[in-house]
Design a protein around this ligand. Sequence first.
Ligand code: GLU
Length: 279
Amino acid sequence: MFGRSLYAVFAVAALSLTATACGGQAAASNASIVDKAKNDKKLVIGVKADQPGLGLRTPDGSFTGFDIEVAKYVAKQLGVEPSGITFKETVSANREAFIEQGQVDMVVATYSITDARKQKVSFAGPYFVAGQDLLVRADDAALTGPEALNGKKLCSVAGSTPAQKVKTEYAKEAQLQEERTYSSCVDRVLGGQLDALTTDNVILAGYAAQHPGKLKVVGKPFSTEKYGIGLKKDDTAGRKAINDALEKMFADGSWTKALQASVGASGFAVPQAPQLERY
Ligand code: GLU
């Protein structure tokens, strides 16, 4: 009798272990980034690949820039070393989808926190505040700000907040060409087919620095872009852990150091760290 009940106990224990294992696997896509990082010691992080100073793929295939430094710092706080990170290129239009489909665990890609995006993903941050501006050819004396957009041919990127702003607020004045990436816009402005690229000033500063004497940032920001780290919509624990990591990065000087080293090189004035908006 004793033998049998002991067997029964083991059998039940084994069953529940199996159930836990299966349940764990089935629920893996819904698991918090905190658990994933802790258990796997690996993360897939969506970043930009063509934005100098922010997220740039170098010829050897590695990534550099401020977003990359932020991603590495946060990953480390979650228990993932740089060797455990796979950076995956995202463009402006596929960031929500990549997070929703689980193609990436988080996105650190000049990604503005907006109410519309919050319907699909959630955000930690902000870890930087930028503003929409204009990049024009260095010899362009006419395009001096958003008030001078009349009849101009503008370039921006599909799925970005600056493209959306042009469509809703400047549709009457300007003609908008939407590209997949900002670097293709840069080529079109340099080539003279289009008059200006519009997106965040900090992104434009990187391109202007890449083409000295050929391109300049107008310097009259006309929006507020709060950069957040995007993650699964319902991952409250993940959002809190990432916010804690950002708070630490602001406080220990790593944030300013990373910003100076990456974005400061383009002449962009390094600001104070922003206030986190925990929700
Ligand atoms: N910050 C803006 C956005 O999230 C523009 C930069 C970008 O497209 O990555 O849409």
